[in-house]
Design a binder for this molecule. Structure first.
Ligand SMILES: [Fe+2]
Length: 464
């Protein structure tokens, strides 16, 4: 059975604006005080031709500010250099994940555009729109206006992933970039709360691959490099798109790379059975082992779902589960434990447990059948195995839920979940507030935009 079509969420963002009051339905807790920033591809009609993939849309950073039980929201398209040039030229100038410029001369040796469309990071009171094939793009947290690309004081050379992770124990944000060339290299970065960003180490990868996310414990960073091989030559010649030439080579297995934070050059690597992951949840040290929780896929078939969603076709069925890997780096071993055998994505945990033992994970999930967009928010209790899910109502689709601890919280799950929702019938978007302790309480509040926001991938909560 297929769910109602969500294809209209891939219409262009109809209106850009700064923070303005949103209409609130329900009750926003007074103590919820801060801003939810999110990012997602938001312009698709392109420059003379519609982009061919969700990933190729220009990013828009949106924000919903909660204060005193009220909410205001704003959204602006990131004014990347590439977007400005394309607007001026009136045509698509850059090859994307699945989009090629019409003109052959634009394809040959074409560099991708920094679409700045995947996530938002907050660092040292600055805000950045992130895109894994480019540099961070700084955005004003107050007005959402674009300030421009940044190499973080010269630290970042090449690309910067859309998935930085913060470690409270080290008071630093960590991230990486994958750089293709004669060999493919993974550069690892540290961005401390105070002081300059720096590159920790550069690691050659076994083959040209795509690494989307990683995870951090108090002592180690863990990367899974899948056997998703790319051949840069047809891309450089303009013969194929990035997405077209990605090839799943299961015989090469997935490489596990463990980087000790106190001695990054002494990294360990070994290869295990092939699998793919987009996103990680929690990770922590446990004796000689590292526990890593993430959404597991047997291969790269989820990419077809992304194509199907964007095209408005019935989608393929997703085969995935939420699981824990127990990794022993010295023995080069990895063991599995499935925590929830259900299709889910966008795992999030409390910011207070990052890098340490974590019991609760919040995700979006498929309620019944793994077709189409995920339609419920889920809370997985890894200790008891209990799973709670919450649908937002008929034809309303949630985004990645971010956990905001209550100021006085003692329990790990004492806090709120904040996310977006999209209503298919209304063709409008809202920010939703849930009680993380008990999803059965339903949606506490919806703060409605008067227009839709194209579906967002990731965000960040910045407390007031
Ligand atoms: Fe992601």
């Amino acid at each position: 059975m297929q769910m109602p079509s969500t294809v209209r969420m891939f219409e262009d963002l109809p209106r850009e604006h700064g923070f303005e009051p949103l209409v609130v339905e329900g009750h926003i807790p007074n103590e919820l005080h801060g801003t939810l920033y999110r990012n997602g591809p938001s312009l698709f009609s392109g420059h003379g031709q519609r982009v061919q993939h969700w990933f190729d849309g220009d990013g828009a950073v949106s924000g919903v500010r909660f204060s005193g039980g009220r909410a205001s929201g704003g959204v602006r398209v990131v004014q990347s250099e590439g977007l400005l040039r394309e607007r001026e030229a009136g045509e698509t100038l850059y090859p994307g994940y699945s989009t090629l410029p019409r003109k052959w001369t634009r394809r040959f040796m074409g560099r991708p555009k920094n679409c700045a469309n995947t996530s938002v990071a907050a660092w040292q009171e600055r805000l950045f729109a992130l895109f894994e094939q480019g540099l961070p793009t700084e955005v004003c947290p107050e007005t959402l206006e674009t300030l421009g690309e940044s190499n973080l004081g010269g630290a970042v050379r090449g690309t910067f992933s859309a998935h930085p992770h913060y470690l409270p124990s080290r008071r630093a944000l960590y991230n990486f970039g994958v750089n293709y060339g004669v060999g493919t290299r993974l550069a690892v970065y540290e961005m401390p709360d105070e002081g300059a960003a720096r590159r920790l180490v550069e690691i050659p990868l076994a083959g040209a691959t795509m690494v989307h996310d990683f995870i951090a414990t108090d002592r180690h960073l863990v990367f899974f490099a899948p056997p998703l091989r790319m051949n840069p030559l047809p891309i450089l010649l303009g013969l194929k798109t990035y997405g077209e030439q990605l090839t799943w080579k299961p015989e090469e297995g997935t490489e596990v790379i463990v980087v000790p934070l106190d001695d990054p050059a002494a990294y360990t690597r070994f290869t295990v059975e092939p699998f793919y992951q987009w996103h990680f949840g929690a990770a922590w040290e446990q004796g000689d082992e590292i526990c890593v929780e993430f959404v597991y896929y047997p291969d790269y078939h989820s990419a077809i779902l992304l194509d199907d969603l964007f095209a408005g076709r019935p989608t393929v069925e997703i085969k995935s589960d939420f699981r824990r890997a127990r990794i022993n780096p010295s023995q080069k071993q990895l063991h599995w434990e499935v925590l929830w055998d259900n299709s889910a994505e966008f795992p999030q945990v409390s910011p207070r447990t990052l890098g340490g033992p974590t019991r609760y994970t919040y995700l979006t999930a498929h309620a019944d059948q793994a077709f189409g967009l995920q339609d419920v928010v889920a809370k997985v209790d890894a200790k008891t195995g209990r799973v709670q899910t919450l649908g937002f109502g008929a034809h309303q689709y949630p985004s990645e839920p971010l956990f905001v601890p209550r100021a006085s919280a003692r329990a790990e799950d004492d806090g709120y979940l904040v996310c977006y929702g999209y209503d298919v019938a209304e063709h409008r978007s809202f920010a939703a507030v849930l009680d993380a302790r008990d999803l059965d309480q339903g949606v506490l509040a919806r703060a409605w935009f008067d227009h839709h926001l194209p579906h967002t991938f990731h965000g960040v909560w910045v407390g007031a």
